[in-house]
Design a protein around this ligand. Structure first.
Ligand code: PDD
Length: 286
C-alpha cells in the first residue's frame, strides 16, 4: 500500500516524492536522521529525538529546517495519514540542494531538505525475537570518530550487518582498542552479578535515546548501573547481554562470537527492562 510521505513542506504519495540528484544527502552523505517509534498511535520519547536532532544539526553547522513544534505536528500528521498503530517514523535532514557538486558547504540561501516517512510494524511491542534473543559477532569498528552525530553514513554498519548474516548471526558488535563500542544500529550492554554495564557516553558512540531512558528506569528500579567500556571476553562471560534502540527497545543477546551468554536464553534483567521501558514510555508517549 502506498504511503503518504513528507518532503519539504508537502505531504504526498511515496511515488511522487522526489529529491534532487544534487542534494548533498545523496552526493556527500551530508545529512542526519532520527528514528522515532510509535506505539498505540503515539510517539515514544519525541522530545529526546528532537533534542538529539538539534544537537546533530548544530555539530555539523547545518540549519534546522523547522521548529520542534512543527516537527511534532509533521510526525503526528504522518501517523494519522498512514494510520500507524505500531511502527516508526524516519526523519532525515540534509544540507540541501546547491544545484551542483562541490565539497564546500553552500551558503545560507540553500535550504535544508527535510524528508519523513512512516514504517508500519504491527507487533513491534510483542516482537517474538525478544523471547528468543539474537546472536552477534564482533567486528573491528572502522567508522569515523564522530559517532555521537547521527549521520546517514551507514555503509559500514550495513556491511557489518551483512557480515553477521554471512556468519549465521543477526548483528555485529563493533570493537575498538579491544572494547565494544556499540552494535550496528544499537547500544550494547552486559549484565554481570546483577550489574548493568554499558559503554560511557563520548564521541565513540551514538547517545541512544532508548539508552538514556533504560538507564534512568533501571536506576529508578534500584538496579545497579556502571557506565564503562567492556570487552568481548567479558560479554562472553557475562550473565546476560542485550542491546537497546528506538526500533527494538530492549533486545536480549544470547550468543557472542558463537559462545552462549549465560544460560544461552534471554535473561531476566533484559526481560524486566524491556517490560519497564515499554510500560513507562507508553505513559509519556504523545
Ligand atoms: N539506530 N547506536 C547506533 C549506531 C544507532 O544507529 C542507534 C539507533 C543506536 C540507538 O539509539 P536510539 O536508542 O536513540 O535509537 C545506537 C536507529 C534505530 C536506526 O538506525 O534505525
Amino acid at each position: 500500500m502506498s504511503r503518504i510521505v513528507y518532503v519539504n513542506g508537502q505531504y504526498m504519495p511515496e511515488e511522487e516524492a522526489k529529491v534532487s540528484i544534487f542534494d548533498r544527502g545523496f552526493l556527500m552523505a551530508d545529512a542526519v536522521y532520527e528514528v522515532t517509534s510509535v506505539l498505540g498511535g503515539k510517539l515514544l520519547d519525541f522530545a529526546g529525538h528532537a533534542a538529539r536532532l538539534k544537537r546533530s544539526l548544530s555539530e555539523l553547522d547545518m540549519a534546522s529546517p523547522c521548529t520542534e513544534e512543527e516537527l511534532l505536528a509533521i510526525h503526528r500528521e504522518l501517523v494519522a495519514k498512514n494510520a500507524i498503530d505500531e511502527g516508526m517514523i524516519y526523519l532525515q535532514v540534509t544540507r540541501g540542494n546547491p544545484g551542483d557538486r562541490d565539497f564546500a558547504f553552500p551558503g545560507p540561501d540553500v535550504k535544508p531538505t527535510l524528508v519523513l516517512f512512516t514504517q508500519s510494524k504491527p507487533g513491534l511491542a510483542d516482537n517474538p525475537t525478544a523471547k528468543t534473543g539474537i546472536r552477534v559477532i564482533s567486528l573491528e569498528d572502522i567508522r569515523w570518530g564522530r559517532r555521537d552525530i547521527k549521520t546517514v553514513q551507514l555503509l559500514y554498519p550495513s556491511m557489518a550487518k551483512m557480515m553477521a548474516k554471512q556468519a549465521g548471526a543477526d548483528d555485529a558488535w563493533m570493537v575498538e582498542d579491544g572494547k565494544v563500542t556499540e552494535g550496528t544500529s544499537n547500544n550494547a550492554y552486559i549484565v554481570k552479578g546483577g550489574k548493568i554495564i554499558t559503554r560511557n557516553l563520548s564521541n565513540d558512540i551514538l547517545h541512544g535515546i532508548t539508552r538514556a531512558a533504560v538507564l534512568r528506569f533501571a536506576r529508578e528500579a534500584q538496579m545497579e548501573v556502571e557506565e564503562r567500556a567492556f570487552t568481548i571476553d567479558e560479554a562472553k562471560a557475562a550473565d546476560e547481554a542485550f542491546f537497546t534502540s528506538a526500533s527494538a527497545f530492549v533486545m536480549p543477546v544470547v550468543e557472542v562470537d558463537g559462545t552462549a551468554v549465560g544460560s544461552g536464553k534471554p535473561g531476566p534483567i533484559a526481560a524486566r527492562l524491556r517490560e519497564i521501558y515499554i510500560d513507562e514510555s507508553l505513559k509519556t508517549a504523545i
